[in-house]
Design a protein around this ligand. Sequence first.
Ligand code: 9MR
Ligand code: 9MR
Length: 586
Amino acid sequence: MKNLKAICCYSIFSILPFLGLAQSAIQLNQLGFYPNAPKIAVLTALSNAKTFYVLSQNLKDTFFIGKAGAEKQSAYSSTKTSILDFSELKKNGKYIIKVGAAQSYPFTISNDANQTAAIASLKGFYFQRSSIPLEEKYAGQWKRTGFHPDNKVQVHPSAASKERPAGFVISSVGGWYDAGDYNKYIVNSGISNGTLFAAYEDFPAYFEQLKTQIPETNNGIPDLLNEAIYNLRWILTMQDPNDGGVYHKCTNAVFDGMVMPGVTKEIRYVVQKSTPASLDFAAVTAQASRILKGFEKHYPGLADSCLLASKKAWQWSLAHPNQLYEQDKMNQTFQPAVTTGAYGDNNVTDEWIWAAAELYVTTKDKTYASSFEKYNTNYTPTLPNWNNVGLLGYYSLLHVSNAIPAFSSTQIDQLKNTVIKIADQYVSKVSVNAFQTVMGQSSRDFNWGSNSNAANQGILLVKAYLITGDQKYINNALTNVDYILGRNATGYCFVTGIGSKPSMNPHHRQSVSDGIEPPVPGLLVGGPNPGMQDKCTYQFKEPETCYVDQSCSYASNEIAINWNAPLVYLSNAIEALKYKVGYVLK
Ligand code: 9MR
Ligand code: 9MR
């Protein structure tokens, strides 16, 4: 009673944020800001007050007074915004913003502003590991004993061959669960693993020191690579050694119910080999091969096996250039019908580009450079996605642009200009956007897994910075970190376990069924998606607000490895570059 009385004496606005439940009318990166970086919050419930205050958390001291920006109508919802720019405040500390009656969540200005997100998003992958229990030492309250062992997986009739007929049993141990479901899909695993490997290649020194408290920590290999290798080893099991072709997925016939891993004992299958899976496999294993060369002592021979496997998958693809994965068609011929995620992709040009680029960078064999050229001729690069991986090939070539002799300087300039042109378009439209973020400049940004668009745009901007050294690209990449962590029209921080108002009810079987209130942490939810394919009840239905924090919502609130991976890249890239771009001082 005494306590209640105390609470009632404060204004409701000053109490609610600390309960982590309230909706705030001020949207901002809920973790915080670097001292010398741009700092923007967005007022989304307009008030007559035109002055905003950045205050100490006890609301007693004022550290900055600013003018709220002019009212803006957002293009992708009925939201009206006003920008609160307090970039000039550079003093480390813990703050709250007030404008009229509206009050922000507490946030910090600190040298480590995004470190929590950077570490948590990488640790998220540990929680997705299949085939092992999660120990309390590493998983805390989210420890679990059950898992899908996948040591006895059947060859599905669609994948039968002379050497491996239907029902033939193979081991396909390890790897990450794809998402809220417990299946493992090569296409989606490929882009996720490739993105983590690229993060290492771009920022090796940074990742040498980053630890995530996983079973392999302190084994002499960076934890980012430990995590990526956990999945790589599974990827390798998905190749048929007899012909080099790669199975499209390792899966139940039908999705498991919303239960913990290991509860169901359904048969797991490897299904039909496909060209996209084989090419993505070729790309990742080629990339892995050159990275693992640096860790030969820890993994003797693994680099060479990866390269061998990569070349075999490439050869198989040459012999089967159009073996697409068409699940409905497959189900007309083969039993049992498989109804889990399809990751069907009917255009393989970008997969050829990615695989050719990775194989060329690793081997310097110019036949791969010619293949790259061949497929690239009529390809228009757009933002990476599980079914569009061409730019990943560009990125890898540009990473070693002074060591790709098969490419002329004109060709290299073309690759660079392609990336810079897209980056410049993003930069030029930021001020038009009502949240002043790169994310949300087009309605196309809001689809299933929209948050991965924000993260992949951020990566593209980091790449533009790495090519040009121009800091404006990092400032713009940072706008999308802010978007993901709260500066968006929904007001959510889209990463579980961090921020004042994180997503709490992801479509994630483990989080739904573990009996623990907070969801498994470090997972990026899909985000606003006006497609609403899950038919859940949505309170808001406009492109940038069409998000519901309910576990039924697999179309807006599932989590997935191909969404987390670009967040790992982006948040860690910013942390890796913060000294270099002067966001913080040593
Ligand atoms: O849980 C499944 C999720 O991982 C997928 O992204 C989604 C779309 O394929 O499907 C979910 O499973 C649902 C199924 O499609 C329809 N019945 C309900 C299932 C669980 O909500
Ligand atoms: O991310 C995928 C999205 O682009 C597709 O539109 C959607 C429907 O096919 O599937 C998404 O991927 C899901 C996969 O099929 C099964 N595991 C969960 C994935 C994320 O929802």
